[in-house]
Design a protein around this ligand. Structure first.
Ligand code: 4NP
Length: 144
């Protein structure tokens, strides 16, 4: 049993995609994992994912339309084993809420080699490449 939290800034573009993709891949492998997402900001609490994220996920057979935004909170360090952040701003903002070294040890960038998942908010053309980056990272996670 693994508990994984995906974190971005708004919890409407990147981290809902990451949650939906990892849920999909974990279900395929019949992994009984707990998977969630959150944003470091509070602007989109209670909101559905961005329509462009919903669309790119749907194109690949994944429905994320039922997800709703929430803000990352310190208690998430207790509720999850691993916390994947999309970029270094997210990393800094999540670590700011950490209380112990054990909290900090749970946090890592989703991509390898310190690469960020770019924020697609201002560029429609980024949603498909962002989907691919996140998908490949999630495959790596389920393969262990
Ligand atoms: P996300 O993208 O962090 O991938 O959800 C963003 C969504 C909203 C905003 C910024 C980034 N915003 O400024 O409202």
């Amino acid at each position: 049993m693994m508990r994984i939290l995906m974190v971005c800034l708004g919890n409407i573009c990147r981290s809902p995609l990451a949650e939906g993709i990892l849920r999909h891949l974990a279900a395929q492998r019949q992994l009984n994992w707990e998977i969630d997402s959150a944003g470091t900001g509070n602007w989109h609490v209670g909101h559905a994912p961005d329509h462009r994220s919903i669309q790119v996920a749907r194109l690949h057979g994944i429905d994320i339309s039922g997800l709703r935004g929430r803000q990352f909170q310190a208690e998430d360090f207790d509720r999850f084993d691993r916390i994947y952040v999309m970029d270094l701003d997210n990393y800094r903002d999540v670590l700011r809420k950490s209380r112990t070294q054990a909290d900090r040890d749970k946090v890592q960038l989703l991509l390898e080699h310190q690469q960020p998942v770019p924020d697609p908010w201002y560029d429609d053309a980024l949603f498909e490449p962002v989907y691919q980056l996140i998908y490949n990272a999630c495959e790596r996670i389920v393969k262990g």
